[in-house]
Design a protein around this ligand. Structure first.
Ligand SMILES: N=CN[C@@H](CCC(=O)O)C(=O)O
Ligand SMILES: [Zn+2]
Length: 432
């Protein structure tokens, strides 16, 4: 018999709502005040949307006599919104373990890149891989992210650097979006590196006159759905003027600007992003004070990537300065063959320890602010009525265990839920 609702989660020790007033993002002190309720239940409808969340007694009486496809007794457990990973490069072939060894021995990221490795190495392997191979590995990676609590993830192309492979990557992302329940925001990153044999100016021309035109055609036919445009704005990669031209061309065709900037050298990427009204700028290890102020004014979010600074032993992004200046700070894993990390709990932990964020700030950055960076904070990023029913249920009586525990999330995360459907259940018992 058909049931009235999809899911009831009852008796949770804590439910972290994050927001309660439809905020599109949180900044400054607001990030210290994320909403948490004790002894609460919630209901998700058959449309996948959150119908109600509140104290156990209120939900009991409001839904007296109602039937549910699934009921989870979350006694002693905590609920948080599904985590949002705002920056990943998950479509590629060929790992770079050998380069990790070189970097441990002292080589810098740019030394490896300029010697033809790094992104170039991955481009060679990704160009050779079939769509089926790329799809299979992408799905495994997305499942792995899901098991660590990620329910919405930004996925970039960028290991093709020419039309065919970029389209192949975007098609693989498109296919994963159809086949899996995890939410995906798709990013065209054809300007991830200057392809061998071309200058940056020639590559810029190819991107604007060939690649973007083709994407536009495929998007208008409904064959591809691309959300964002990205460029690696960096010394020796794309300079400010090439970056501006590519981002503007993407914006003109309706893409959201979300790009790599000020990572290894101060490039004035933050200032450029603010001027172009970028929704997000990632990395920012080398951002200037002016850049921070411009981002705060323009409401261009900063996607900080603690794994990159950790693995490459870079200086840490200036999270505290950005938070103090009112920048919208989000987090991402930067999953890629250089930074092989699928886990947002690990990312939040690193953000707290290395970038000096508090646990509340880190959770806000990995939920509502990450949603904002992808233009999705009206539907994602908090547990508010009418938003998508994406949740993580933790086998612990305080939500902070999600960040406090360093690794081992396979034992802490009990359920991951997307649109009210259980997409992952862990039956291991916990003893911590
Ligand atoms: N910095 C540029 N892009 C990636 C690294 C990609 C790669 O090395 O394959 C990043 O965000 O860290
Ligand atoms: Zn990146």
């Amino acid at each position: 018999m058909s049931k009235d609702f999809r899911l009831l989660v009852k008796n949770a020790k804590q439910v972290v709502l994050v927001c309660t007033n439809g905020e599109k993002f949180l900044t400054g002190k607001e990030m210290q005040n994320i909403a948490v309720i004790e002894n609460a239940s919630l209901v998700i409808g058959k449309d996948g949307l959150l119908k109600a969340v509140g104290p156990v007694d209120r939900i009991d009486s409001q839904f007296q006599g109602a039937s549910f496809e699934t009921v989870i007794d979350a006694s002693g457990m905590c609920v948080t919104p599904g985590l949002i990973d705002a920056h990943t490069h998950p479509v590629w072939a060929g790992d770079r373990v050998h380069e990790f060894a070189m970097k441990l021995a002292g080589a810098t990221y740019m030394e490896v890149h300029q010697a033809g490795g790094g992104i170039h190495f991955t481009v060679e392997h990704t160009r050779q891989a079939s769509e089926a191979e790329l799809l299979a590995s992408l799905k495994q990676r997305l499942q792995r992210m899901l098991r660590t609590g990620t329910t919405l993830v930004e996925c970039k192309s960028g290991y093709g650097l020419q039309l065919d492979t970029e389209v192949k990557m975007l098609s693989v992302i498109e296919r994963a979006r159809k086949d899996l329940l995890i939410g995906i925001s798709s990013t065209y990153c054809g300007a991830h590196s200057v392809p061998k044999g071309k200058t940056a100016a020639e590559a810029t021309d190819d991107i604007i006159k060939v690649q973007l035109l083709k994407l536009k055609e495929k998007m208008s036919k409904g064959e591809l759905h691309v959300d964002n445009i990205d460029v690696f704005c960096e010394k020796g990669v794309f300079d400010l003027e090439c970056t501006r031209a590519i981002l503007q061309a993407g914006k003109d065709m309706g893409l959201q600007i979300n790009f790599h900037g000020d990572e290894l050298h101060p490039m004035n990427s933050a200032e450029l992003g603010a001027e172009l009204e970028a929704l997000a700028i990632s990395h920012l290890e080398e951002v200037t004070d002016n850049g921070i102020a411009a981002m705060a004014r323009a409401k261009s979010s900063a996607i900080l990537l603690p794994t990159t600074a950790y693995i490459l032993r870079l200086k840490q992004p200036r999270a505290r300065d950005m938070l103090d200046a009112g920048v919208i700070v989000a987090l991402g894993s930067d999953f890629n063959p250089n930074a092989y990390c699928c886990s947002m709990p690990m990312v939040m932990h690193l953000a707290c320890v290395n970038m000096k964020m508090s646990m509340k700030e880190a959770l806000a950055a990995a939920t509502i602010n990450a949603a904002y960076s992808l233009g999705k904070s009206h539907t994602h990023g908090s547990l508010e009525v009418n938003k998508q029913g994406d949740l993580v249920i933790l086998n612990s009586s305080r939500w902070e265990h999600l960040i406090y525990q360093f690794g081992g999330h396979q034992e802490l995360i009990k359920f991951v839920i997307v649109k009210g459907k259980v997409v992952y259940e862990n039956d291991r018992t916990l003893d911590y």
